[in-house]
Design a protein around this ligand. Structure first.
Ligand SMILES: Nc1ncnc2c1ncn2[C@@H]1O[C@H](COP(=O)(O)OP(=O)(O)OP(=O)(O)O)[C@@H](O)[C@H]1O
Ligand SMILES: [Mg+2]
Length: 578
């Protein structure tokens, strides 16, 4: 994306003196030096990006700056003065705020309630002064064009709006320096554009933003300055005007990237997974997945495109037997609709969950025990009725090697791995034992570009051996690049079939938000013609969705901003971002 290397030149006159300076920061964990002699200077009024491989030390450094962790060595200066934080409250006091990768909002509370939680203006010492808080929220929202309304329920907001609430919450606490750890992982391209507009508004007001992302083209678009961290230490500071995404990636890994492989279809006519009339209702009776049908063949990747919260999480959980559903699910011809989750897994379904902390790992257990999780009845983890410790350990070593999980050993707790390395371990585990079907939700979320390419290679190789994959991903390049067929989910319904060979991320993003519906929309008017077409009501029953456009009117969609509820999504994910 060479053309993306245009600086936003948001820097104002204030961008002359450093807001944050880190000098000689070193942080050791058992067996690992997470940060080593880090040197970083972030100018006021800049969007300063930090990039680096999984495990390079980015989150650790940000946790140090936010008072969550203490450095072993080094000096932190904020606005020129040396400081030492004991906890995040100290950092907030110094005007530093952090937005974590996982949303930390409570779904069932309003925006106002979420924002004042923990920092309530009090009347007479006890009562919370909600009207003062509401006024302040409106003021901040207007000042930075965030468009946040205090009285809506968070569960009614889409991911882009939730992201803005998180940012507003940090601003509400008086932050002038914002740390955003992978804020774009869940956003579709249009939402990323909106977020970047908001960030520009903030830096114009003299705020400073530290931005972490693995999406290098985005980094080039939004950043005024970029620092590269490799194996714990700062190796380069570059001007986004002077580098390409590829050069940036090479700075990160210290060598050349492997070039992507060309795609060849491996789709067979043998159905591996068949879903018919699947309907899922939420606890309060609302329909969150409606009459979904599809087949996935051996050797086929079926991608599901959708803005997060449109039913994809519920669809996946229904297929895995984690939530009740109407309709039938068949695995290789056998009706598994009544099977419990473990039996489905034993039957050959691998599962990469969307929330690696909640459903993928036991954070407080060592890696080799995590290898057993969900595979506790199968070789190499058991021999007869017993857990085969040696077998599980040896296979964990194999995964660590094959998937390049950066860890001092298999006896460390999963907690000690960086976010991306946790993800690699889960993918490796779920790909072992030759699954027939892989249900993969965001398989490379938070994974660096090199490791992402490696995971894609593993998936393609398994597909060539006959693996059927249901792929959910917010990374539209990944979705388009890996999928043999693509469906768009909107408010619980499959609304369009898309030819992955003829669609761009931008057009797919429009289809996902329902923007392709209006006749006046340039997307519907022709740009997507041949790529997006309405899914006939009975599409799923007709067997394979062939690559190639289905003729028909453009997809019909409703309002763009009414995603479905994702029950229990926020609070439970509030764990520390790894
Ligand atoms: N609490 C901890 N205990 C032990 N080791 C840790 C802990 N936190 C981080 N580490 C180690 O420190 C190193 C840096 O991890 P960090 O989370 O900072 O990486 P990162 O750059 O944020 O990676 P990612 O892109 O995957 O999120 C890794 O080797 C990780 O295993
Ligand atoms: Mg991290």
């Amino acid at each position: 994306m060479e053309e993306a290397a245009i600086s936003t030149s948001t820097s104002s006159a204030t961008a002359t003196e450093p807001a944050v300076e880190l000098e000689g920061i070193t942080k050791r964990f058992p067996g690992v030096v997470a940060n080593r002699d880090i040197r970083l200077s972030v100018l006021r009024g800049h969007v300063h990006a930090i990039v680096g491989e999984n495990g390079a030390g980015k989150s650790t450094l940000m946790k140090i700056l936010y008072g969550m962790q203490r450095p072993d060595e080094g000096v932190i200066r904020v606005n020129g003065s040396p400081i030492s934080f004991r906890n995040p409250a100290d950092a907030i006091g110094a005007g530093i705020g952090m937005v974590h990768q996982h949303f930390m909002l409570a779904d069932n509370l309003t925006v106002l309630e979420n924002i004042v939680l923990g920092s309530e203006p009090r009347k007479g010492g006890i009562a919370i002064d909600f009207s003062a808080a509401r006024r302040k929220i409106k003021k901040i929202s207007d000042a930075y064009g965030l468009g946040v309304s205090p009285d809506v329920l968070v569960e009614d907001l889409g991911v882009g709006a939730r992201q803005r609430v998180e940012i507003l919450k940090v601003l509400y606490r008086g932050a002038r320096i914002l740390i955003l750890d992978e804020p774009t992982a869940v956003l579709v391209p249009q939402e990323v554009d909106e977020l970047f507009d908001n960030l520009r508004g903030l830096v114009r007001e003299g705020l400073t933003i530290i931005f972490i992302s693995h999406k290098l083209d985005e980094v080039l678009r939004v950043a005024d300055a970029i620092t590269v961290i490799r194996r714990g230490t700062t190796v380069a500071s570059v001007d986004p005007k002077d580098v390409t995404a590829r050069q940036l990636a090479e700075l990160m890994v210290g060598s050349e990237l492997p070039s992507p492989e060309t795609r060849e279809s491996t789709v067979t006519d043998e159905v591996a997974l068949s879903v018919r009339g699947l309907t899922v209702r939420s606890a309060d009776g609302r329909t969150v997945v409606e009459d979904v049908s599809f087949d996935i063949h051996k050797g086929e990747v079926l991608g599901i495109a959708g803005v997060e919260g449109n039913g994809q999480a519920e669809l996946v959980e229904a297929i895995m037997g984690m939530r009740p559903a109407e309709g039938t699910i068949a695995l290789g011809g056998a009706d598994i609709s009544g099977w419990p989750t473990l039996r489905r897994r034993e039957g050959g379904i691998g599962y990469v969950p969307e929330d690696r902390h909640r459903h993928g790992l036991l954070l407080g257990s060592p890696l080799w025990e995590n290898r057993i999780l969900g595979h506790q009845t199968r070789r190499p983890n058991v021999k007869g009725p017993w857990i085969d410790r040696a077998g599980a350990r040896a296979d964990t070593e194999r995964i660590v090697k094959a998937y390049d999980v950066r860890t001092p050993g298999i006896d460390v707790d999963a907690l000690a791995l960086s976010g991306g390395n946790q993800q690699k371990l889960i993918v490796g585990r779920e790909m072992s034992g030759d699954p027939v079907v892989l249900i993969a939700s965001h398989p490379t979320r938070g994974v660096d570009v090199g490791a992402q390419a490696a995971i894609w290679d593993h998936l393609r190789a398994a597909r060539a051996r006959g693996l059927a994959v249901l792929l959910i991903s917010a990374d539209l390049d990944e979705l388009i690049g890996l999928s043999d067929s693509l469906k768009v989910i909107l408010r619980g319904r499959m609304v369009a079939d898309v030819d992955p060979g003829g669609v761009t991320p931008e057009r797919l993003g429009s289809a996902m938000t329902g923007a392709a519906a209006g006749a006046e929309s340039p997307v519907a008017a022709g740009a997507v013609a041949g790529a997006v077409a309405e899914s006939p009501a009975a599409a799923g029953t007709q067997g394979p969705v062939t690559a190639g456009a289905v003729d028909g009117p453009p997809a019909t969609g409703g309002p763009t901003d009414a995603p479905l509820e994702r029950p229990g999504s926020a609070a439970a994910e509030a764990g520390e971002e790894a």
